[in-house]
Structures are given as C-alpha cells and as structure tokens.
Design a protein around this ligand. Sequence first.
Ligand code: UD1
Ligand code: CA
Length: 460
Amino acid sequence: MALHILILAAGEGKRMLSARPKLLHPCAGAPLIAHAVRAACGLDADSIHVVVGPDDDALRALLGDYPVEFAVQERPRGTADAVAAGCTAIAAASGNLLVLNGDCPGVLTSTLQSLVAASAGVDAMVLSVRPEERSGYGRLLRNDDGALVSIVEASDATPEHDAVPEVNGGVYCFDLEALRDALDTVGTDNIQAERYLTGVFAILAAAGATVGAMPHADANEVHGVNSRAELARAEALLRRRTLDRLMASGVTVRDPATTYVDVDVNVGADSTLHPGVILEGSTVVGAGCDILSRVRVTNSRIDDRVTILDGTIIEESIVETGATLGPYARLRPGSEIGAGAKVGNFVETKATKLGAGSKAGHLTYLGNARIGKNVNIGAGTITCNYDGVEKHETVIDDGAFIGSNTALVAPVRVGKNAYVGAGSTITEDVPDGSLALGRGRQVNKDDWADNKQPTSDSGQ
Ligand code: UD1
Ligand code: CA
C-alpha cells in the first residue's frame, strides 16, 4: 500500500517567545525541524511533504538537501487545517498518510514504522504515550469497552480529563480516503477556535470507522517542543542518545552529564572525552584521541591520536595524526595542523598551515601563514598579516627557526633552514640557510646607575 508523509511545520510557535520561528531553533546540532524530517526520511515513503507557512523561506532553504516537498498552509488555523493543506498537495494519492508534528525531534524511524504497521485496516491510528508530565497534551478518551472515542485538547480539558493518563504523542497514521472526508467536517468549536486534527478521531469514531491508539512505552521520545524549557529537555535527550552511540562504539565519556556532542559528530574508538568537552556540527574525531576539559571543536576534522589540552577552541580546521594542541590554543577557520605538530598555550592560528613536526609552543599569532615541516616558532612570534586594507601571506620553509618575539611583516618569506634572531622585525625575505637579525643593537652604558642625576620631582 502507498505511504505518504506529512510533517506539520506551519504553526506560530508562540510559546517560544522568539523572533525566530520555533522549528528553526537549534537542537543538538541541527534545527528542530530537521530531526523529525530525518526520522521520516528513514521510511520508504512515496512522498514526504513538509507543511509550511507562506513566508517560511528560511525553513524551506534549510531543508533543501532533504528529499522532501513543501505544501503551504496560508494561515495557521490549526493542525487539521495544516493537514488539509498537505492533502491538497497530494490530491491524487490514496493509501496511508503518516502525519507527524514537526516539533518532536526525538521521534525514531522505528516508531514511525511500527505505527504504520499497526495501522493496517485502521482508518485513524494515533501514537499513545503516558508521560509523567501531561500538560499541553491532548487526552485520549476511551469508552467503557476501552475503544478510543475522542481526543480532548489540554486547553479544553475538564479536571476529569486531566486525570486521564493516556495522551496523544503527535504522530498519526490515517487511511487517506477516510481522513479527507472527516477533515472537511472538523470545526473550530474549541477554546482556541482552531481546527484540531485531533477532532478527526471523534468524527470517524461516531461514523463507525475504525480508530485506534498504539501504545508506546517511551513518552520522552515524542516529547513535543513548545517552550524553551522543552527545547532544553529535547536537546538533553538527543545528546544522551549521541553519547550512548559513541560509548557503544568504544569511546570513553568520563562524564556524560557535562559532555555536549551534536548528533552528526563521530568519534573513533579508544578516544576519551573529559568533562566539559563540546563537539559541534560535522566534527569528526579519530581513534585514540584524548580531549581534555572545556575543549570546544566545531565543524573540524581531528585525526587519530591527537591530544587536545584544556580550554582549546577549534573551528573549521584540520588536525592531523599525533598532533598536540593547547592548553588554551585557538584554531580559527582554515587552520591545518600537520602530523605530530604542537600548538601550545595561547597560540592563535587562522588560515594557516603548520607542517608536520612543527612547533608553536607559546603566545603566538599565526595568520595567513604557510609553514613547512619541523619549523620552530619561538614564543611571542606574530605574523603581521594585515596592513589595514588587505591580508598578506607569510611563508616559512622547512626546518626554519624563528626566535622568540619575532614580528614577521607580511608578505615575507623565511627560507629553508634559515634562522631569525629573537626580537627581530622581519620585513624582507630571509634566504635559505641564513640568519636574519632585525632589531636595534643593545647599548650598555658603564656605571650609569651610580652617576645618574636625581630627577627634580623624586621627593628625595
Ligand atoms: C498537538 C496536539 C496534541 C498532542 C501534541 C503532542 C493538536 C490540536 N493537538 O498539540 O493533541 O498531544 O501536539 O505534541 O494537534 N502546526 C501547523 N499549522 C497550524 C498549527 C500547528 O502546521 O495551524 C504545526 C506546528 O508547527 C507543530 C505541530 O503542528 O509542529 C503541532 O502544533 P502545536 O501547536 O505544537 O500543537 P500542540 O499544542 O503541541
Ligand atoms: Ca507541540
């Protein structure tokens, strides 16, 4: 039987109190909506439509890489109206329609599959959960025989309804034909004057159609995000899942409570994440790495056996095998640190390649630099890469030695195996193998201290 999917994403998200649309809020490394879309993409469906508002360009753009189409709900008049808009987009379709709220990022493909399987021969099936905290959820009402007869929204619930433990998880599977007829008759007779999708169940049950509820044990999985507090809760769930996945593949996570890893991050076996580590975006960490406390890595590639000491920040960079970084190093976008290289305390790099075995141990800025292999960069070295208008490149060839407190005024090149004396300001290229000294000469004045004149305001 054909299977079509609608993901509802056209609501206003008022409870977030945000200028940003609710479903675009980031959640564990992807926008909220992306999680439900991914879960749906795991099914072998004939079509997936995301129901959006007329001005949701950002949302459409963000889902551009997913195999989904869009249906437009002109105004957010309720979830039944959103589903009706979606049904218009698949007007010729028949078979099953899986509907899910876009705001439940935890939902798993396997759960969607089970719901579809359980819906064979049923006109309307809803996923039923029993969360401890039920506020905001529609209550599933059953008759004396235990058959589902209607769903009452939280805002319309009486104290008696409030006591009902079974609620609507926001995932449904319908027979398209039965749904279309029922949708037409859903009214707005409720406290919010909206057309509720949940109203379809009473209509179908009264008409003698088969309606049902599939119990699902894990209420957290379909926890909907309506507020900032719920966003934090959903993020914690996704984070914990990611850490469980990493631990199951041989990664040591010393303190899962303080380790923040986005859903798309991968870490190799025998790597250790110490407390307070944050791995973001598309970051990939190799095997046997040691990542110490309060390190944040964003959209970067870290190869095997890399050690990243405390407090280091890495963005959009590559770190090759066996390198050591930090403590308190900062790799800005475009940094490439070669195998076995060392980037130490308070060293900042940007658009810079540091070759294999090279070292920049302390208090250094390397920007727009191409540095070869086995180069030693002394403490306090600065590439002066910016002339106020443009950036210029510094090239340091293999085996060069840059003395401490050197300023390299770009564009400039230091040749192979060349030396630069400490405290130099280098404005001209240094030939291979030579020593460059670019500093004022020291002058010693003998017995100066004994012969100096007291100053007039010294008070003595
Ligand atoms: C909904 C259910 C409730 C269920 C809960 C589970 C209804 C009426 N109620 O409540 O029974 O327990 O989810 O989380 O469906 N949307 C649109 N267009 C609209 C309104 C909403 O596309 O006009 C979208 C929203 O973007 C959201 C989803 O539909 O992704 C659900 O809407 P929301 O307002 O969050 O419904 P709840 O009040 O959470
Ligand atoms: Ca919701």
